[in-house]
Design a protein around this ligand. Sequence first.
Ligand code: PLP
Length: 455
Amino acid sequence: MTQLSNSLAAADLATSLHPYTDARALEETGPIIIARGEGIHVWDTAGNKYIEGLAGLWSVAVGFGETRLADAAHKQMSQLPYYHIFAAKAHEPSIRLAEKLVEITPEPLTRVFYTNSGSEANDTVVKLVWYMNNALGRPEKKKFLARNKGYHGITIASGSLTGLPNNHRDFDLPAIPVVHLTCPHFYRFGQEGETEAEFTARLLAELEAVIEREGAETIAAFIGEPLMGAGGVMVPPEGYWPGVEAICRKHDILLVSDEVINGFGRTGGRFGCETYGFTPDIMTVSKQITSSYMPLAAVLFTEEIYDAIADNSHKIGTFGHGYTASGHPVATAVALENLAILEERDLMGAANRLGPRLQEGLRQYADHPLVGEVRGAGLIAGIELVADKATRAPFAPIGRVGAQAAIFGHAEGLIFRAIGDTLALCPPLIVTEADIDQIVEKMGRALDRTAEWLA
Ligand code: PLP
């Protein structure tokens, strides 16, 4: 085992550049090489067993080793391993999946465009909206509104929408017209003496002011994750989303719900927009759509948007956008089987059934000396570590303590993600009560070990 680990690690270090990794630090530590998975667990090549507390990257809803998905892929590979949907071609899995997505998402969403990743889905949103507004004779209506700490991907356009410094710094982003608004996280961005309701009102006033300053005629869309994930698991304040929706409607600004993490039951509702009470014009989904067994994402949008785009494609002679693997038959077949499993086992209801156990379990650490805030909804949670509980002062440099906590988590057999100093949990939707109790316990030990290490 160890020999295999060592030679694989050496080969990895000799040949790869890893996403979201400090490359030089990795040269010192080497990678953890994951060899297999079963249910909520994965094993590394050294034989260590972990609970995958982040479901991979917020995505393996049905857990690892689900043979029904392997069988669905095998069946589709044997019958039609690849075909495209360009130039008037179609195939059954992508058609059936589009039908299913339209059925389970909010009513006004009637059309589906497939991509391979969440980043490409949000890139496609930008292009769809620009194409539409050019077609409608309003070429100046192109800007996007997004939020600081929002995460929408890393391509040139989606990375521009993302509101995290490390995704912009030295990449020359943002590269499209985008205005980033205040992050709707009361604990961090609420002002002294401000109530949550006042915080919401301030954010909505800021939105109105930005629209006034920029001119509604220049703003195409507002994009946001209902509950912010990769920026640090931030739950929106009460009344925020209905307020944003009302302002967008008033100013003819499209509302885009990025459900790449929230979608398919993560926060309690089937989609985050249901949990937080708004209806988008456009929605992007990925990750739990296939439980990440295959790369796939989709953009859903309204008939009104479709009509404008369809008319323009007719005028030009084509809609000049699409990926070789858009609607890939194996990916869409796996998605269909995955969604069937979510429905049969009511896994989209898991966050309602089991979320309170996770949230309440973790809230026992609110009094822990390192913990500033425990937050989350359904089966997604974050624990923010702070240097000073009273002043909420963060550790300096941000991320060092979180990274160490994650190392202790691994040693306890629990994988979670440190986002700066926020420890993120997002377990597979198949978790049981007993699994949740273990996750909570292991997290507690990781926190204690981190406190001892700091002392
Ligand atoms: N949007 C959200 C909300 C995400 O969380 C992510 C990835 O974590 C993306 C978009 C980008 O998806 P991908 O990594 O598949 O490009």
